[in-house]
Design a protein around this ligand. Structure first.
Ligand SMILES: Nc1ncnc2c1ncn2[C@@H]1O[C@H](COP(=O)(O)OP(=O)(O)O)[C@@H](O)[C@H]1O
Ligand SMILES: CC(=O)OP(=O)(O)O
Ligand SMILES: [Mg+2]
Length: 756
């Protein structure tokens, strides 16, 4: 049965609406017959369904004003509609703050006003209810208590009274997770701490402390956090996915200093190691409030991730909580959106043999302006060298890097130190000055736009490591370093594959079993796309066309080399494929070879290489083709400048082979574009610097109507892009100092989503 009743906070009752237990004296009269429909009213349904529901004992009780009696045990005493009728609700704890009224999530009543859910209160555990009339005690049992209020205001008042904390706001959230409770499990199922819950914001009645509560349904317990225990600013805010992260105060700095004390500096971190809590990293927490109850222990987490509900009343804008400091006098947390207008962007380009970092001063929505640029080159031809320029002027040139910097992450550390220690670069006086860090991530799978790096994005990208074995894991190593050492910054992933999302199906599809191709996502993705986007814009500007009007054959020739057919400003075809191995040969990559070749190369090619790590699983076959081939295998050097300069037979062979493969792709793309080509563009370390290679390639392409001006070709490139073609040729030849860092910084600066 369910007893239900209704009453006002005034003592006005409507006898006609009163459900009367059958065994009650039907002649008891209400204390007041002047029912006012506008008065706040409450409805309580009890006892538990198990006992009475749909039985003759089902009872409705109309409730009047309540009073919370703080003697032990604490209880709420309700005046009911009839003289002598009293309902007592015994609270489960003598501490008001240990009482948690539960409200369903708006999703449970999709078509109603989400606010209405506050009308229905219940508790997650049975409470004792004693109900007495003039005839004696009618009921005294533990039941599932449910209240139905007739106004939201009275429900809010009631919730405040039983908790001694005023309910000041609430949010419907899809999932709440923490470093201890991942958002999804390994199958991608949503887990977290709690899902589809109503999160509530409270203010203590006896102090200025604010709290958030929610029911952690996966743990079957209530969670209450002191707002002051979290940092004032949100992290990893992602308005598109309605997500934010609340960082425990001090937790990140704690972990950062831990890492700098050697524990795991040189170790490759896995996602779990950066997102999982470490010992001693729990946040400091404010001492308990001055109220009689407690806010007991410190935080057991390093952060709380919150994903707000799509149909929450705040729409797509994840609300930002600005916690009132406990020192403030009664301040109420505000809802607002961040509005930072200027920031410093660090743009990080981890290539297979180099790391390039540029610093920009950026204004929201505007093109960023470069302050400095530094790079470590030659990671595959030790010792690597450092170059640094500020305000366009060279500060350090070709300085040998001391120590054993071999990884991209080591190189990043050196570059960051160079920037921070430069007194003449006051804009980057310390790590906290950096607001946004964009990272070039070579393989972005199906991502077709840059992504804010959240825990989810990170895990997703980790899964792609094996598809770009010389790149992705290295880039994620730098992302980890940034998350740990530059906790104030937002990290954004920009993908090399993104530009190629326009490649048509007949070009991106491999002729293999379509079902397997679909389920294993085997298709041409293409890379160097950040560079091709930059090249397209710069070429269009030089040619006096709009970017979506140009047709180009672009060559990005570095330690990894590729060609791209650009039709109407979009990628039409490119030489790299599922991974950056396909197509042109690279410094240590074979490029395209007969796929059977590797099975004749060695007998153990199917086995995992001993060089595999937890983050990167690489078979011997992949290792041979990615790391033990290319012009290094032919000549012993990865330095293409020395190959181009030499007449030694092995060097000549490598040089001619590279020229041959490049011309093969250009010829093929020329036909694919029906000969409608505005220009052939050279870019990348080799494309920009090797005039010998350009000459050899263009000589072979004379038959198609390309021709070089030898003088222009021999001169050092001064600007961003230059025309080096002979006059009166059919198609132009350009050299472009491609700038992947700028392209990423521009994309981030112009996108609201990435701004704090
Ligand atoms: N003057 C030069 N002539 C020919 N090749 C050069 C010259 N300088 C650098 N390179 C080559 O450029 C390649 C590096 O290209 P780059 O695009 O900067 O690197 P990554 O592929 O790591 O992004 C190396 O193979 C290097 O040997
Ligand atoms: C995709 C690729 O090969 O990049 P890089 O040339 O920078 O190594
Ligand atoms: Mg590169």
């Amino acid at each position: 049965m369910a007893a239900s009743g209704r009453s006002g906070s005034s003592s006005s009752f409507n006898s006609s609406s009163r459900g009367v237990p059958p065994q009650f004296d039907q002649n008891i009269s209400p204390t007041d017959l002047t029912f006012t429909p506008t008065s706040a009213q409450y409805l309580t349904r009890w006892p538990s369904r198990k006992l009475y529901e749909r039985t003759p004992n089902e009872t409705t009780v109309f409730l009047g004003p309540w009073e919370v009696i703080n003697t032990e045990p604490r209880r709420v005493v309700w005046q009911c509609s009839y003289a002598g009728e009293v309902l007592e609700h015994f609270l489960p704890s003598d501490h008001p703050t240990e009482v948690f009224p539960y409200t369903l999530h708006a999703q449970h009543r999709r078509f109603g006003d989400p606010r209405e859910m506050e009308l229905y209160l219940n508790f997650r555990e049975p409470h004792r209810i004693r109900y007495a009339t003039l005839n004696g005690v009618f009921h005294d049992e533990f039941i599932e208590v449910q209240y139905e209020f007739t106004t939201i205001e009275s429900s809010i008042q009631f919730q405040g009274d039983i908790r001694s904390r005023d309910l000041i706001d609430w949010f419907d959230v899809d999932v709440v997770w923490s470093d201890n409770h991942r958002r999804t499990d390994s199958y991608g199922n949503i887990r977290g701490l709690g899902t589809i819950q109503r999160m509530k914001l409270w203010r203590d009645r006896y102090s200025t402390f604010h709290y958030i509560t929610f029911y952690a349904n996966h743990r079957r317990r209530w969670k209450e956090y002191l707002v002051h225990d979290f940092e004032n600013e949100f992290r990893q805010r992602d308005d598109r996915h309605r997500r934010v992260q609340l960082n425990a105060r001090g937790a990140r700095r704690g972990s950062a200093s831990e890492s700098s004390h050697g524990q795991s500096r040189d170790r490759r971190f896995s996602a779990s190691s950066i997102f999982r809590p470490r010992q001693n990293s729990s946040a400091s927490h404010a001492s308990s409030s001055s109220s009689s109850h407690s806010y007991q222990s410190g935080l057991d987490i390093r952060y709380l991730g919150i994903q707000f509900t799509r149909n929450d009343r705040f729409g797509n804008l994840a609300p930002v909580l600005e916690p009132a400091s406990p020192a403030d006098s009664g301040g109420t947390p505000q809802l607002c959106s961040g509005n930072k207008m200027k920031t410093i962007i660090l743009s990080v380009n981890a290539g297979s043999s180099s790391v390039k970092v540029s610093v920009y001063s950026a204004e929201r929505g505007a093109s960023p302006s470069q302050l400095a640029e530094c790079q470590v080159n030659g990671l595959t031809a030790l010792p690597p060298t450092l170059d640094y320029s500020r305000d366009g002027k060279s500060v350090i040139k070709g300085q040998k890097v001391k120590g054993n910097a071999t990884s991209q992450r080591d190189a990043f550390g050196i570059l960051l130190k160079t920037l921070i220690e430069d007194d003449e670069l006051p804009q980057v006086g310390g790590k906290d000055d950096i607001g946004i860090i964009c990272h070039r991530i070579v393989h972005g799978g199906d991502y077709s736009r840059p992504q804010l790096i959240t825990e989810d994005t990170y895990y997703h990208l980790e899964e792609l490591n094996d598809l770009a074995p010389l790149h992705n894991a290295n880039s994620l190593g730098i992302v980890q370093a940034c998350i740990q050492d530059l906790p104030e910054a937002r990290n954004v992933a920009c993908f090399d594959s993104h530009f190629h999302s326009t490649i048509p199906p007949h070009i991106r599809t491999y002729p293999i079993n379509p079902e397997i191709a679909k389920s294993n996502k085997l298709r041409k993705y293409g890379f160097h796309g950040i560079s091709y986007a930059f090249i397209t814009r710069e070429s269009a500007a030089l040619l006096g066309k709009k970017p979506d009007e140009v047709n180009l054959i672009a060559l990005h020739l570095g330690s990894g080399a590729s060609a791209c057919a650009i039709k109407g400003g979009k990628s039409w075809d490119t030489s790299m494929g599922l991974t950056p191995l396909a197509g042109l040969p690279g410094a240590t990559r074979s490029g395209s070879v007969d796929p059977s070749l590797v099975f004749h190369y060695a007998s153990d090619v199917g086995k995992l290489s001993p060089a595999s790590t937890k983050e990167l699983h690489i078979s011997r076959a992949e290792e041979i083709l990615n790391k033990e081939s290319g012009w290094k295998a032919l000549t012993g050097t990865t330095n293409f400048a020395s190959i181009a300069a030499s007449d030694e037979p092995a060097m000549r062979l490598a040089f001619d082979l590279v020229v041959d493969r490049i011309c093969g792709f250009v010829g093929s793309y020329y036909v694919s574009l029906h000969g409608r080509v505005d220009a052939l563009v050279f870019a990348g370390g080799i494309g920009e610097k090797s005039d010998r290679l350009r000459r050899a390639v263009v000589e072979q392409l004379e038959c198609l109507g390309f021709g070089l001006d030898d003088g222009a070709n021999g001169r050092k490139l001064e600007g961003v892009i230059e025309d080096i073609s002979r006059v009166n040729v059919k198609h132009k030849v350009l050299v472009c100092a491609t700038d992947e860092q700028f392209e990423m910084a521009r994309a981030c600066a112009e996108d609201e989503e990435f701004w704090p």
